[in-house]
Design a protein around this ligand. Sequence first.
Ligand code: XMP
Length: 305
Amino acid sequence: MVKTEKFIPKAIEKIRKEIKDGRAIIALSGGVDSSVCAELAHRAIGDRLQPIYIDTGLMRKGETERIKHIFAHMNLDIVYAKDRFLAALKGITDPEEKRKAIGETFIRVFEEEARKLTADYLIQGTIYPDRIESEGGIKSHHNVGGLPSVMDFKKIVEPIEDLYKDEVREIAWALQLPDEICERMPFPGPGLAVRILGEVTEEKLEVVREANFIVEEELLERFCPWQTFAAVLGKGTGVKGDIRAYGWIIAVRAVGSRDGMTAEALELPWDVLKKLESRITSEIPKVARVVYDITPKPPATIEFE
Ligand code: XMP
């Protein structure tokens, strides 16, 4: 376990040494990793850090507004790029191709912004498990997959590359970041796209975004899972009223984990599962069926794609 009191000044000093009087940018997602890096870098180089937030259209409900509010003190550059991401994803069904298309689009948008800002350094919130899983070929984590190799920076600075998630959270608390950042469950870089099986469409996005919102409302505070969310699996036959309904199938996932490398499904009480089913099928009329995923990691992964 890292010693937070020692880690913070050391990390700030290291960033200062690396960047000297240069300018740096960071892709801020609002997650704990990039937020910790942004805060460390902000303390190290102040206004010479420019955080960029890209609204990919694959975000959860209210996410962009929330991030705007939390990082108001950092002069955040917000880029709305939903149409570009959806265009890049059109027709793609293979999970790895989807991840690559998102990573690629992310790079293009980020590159364009970076060029405008003339920064020499890129700060990334890569953590230890991201590196291991990407290097091991399990999934292409998009914050590792592309940015460095294609971009023209003097250096990529990765202040938390040796830390595990729980260590990053400790640093977040010590930096006095808002509670909602410190406690925030992980949210993948490719966003809701990895919770949609097959092609990403506006309709599936809308359904999975609403379902995610309900799942978080019902489970997050009460069960404090490592991660909980909804995924849309495909369509199945149902009946609503007396009418056949060919609707979406939503899978609910709630897992406990220490570091995301392995995970166990939570044993949720039946009444909680019933309430989830009832809320999701009534509040989202396009949903015909709700299932609960009990698979641990391994053999499954936490996200569906
Ligand atoms: P999996 O699905 O591989 O997820 O069991 C392990 C943890 O990593 C998160 N995850 C990602 N995080 N970029 C990220 O920043 C990604 O591409 C990505 N894919 C998965 C996932 O939410 C879980 O916490």
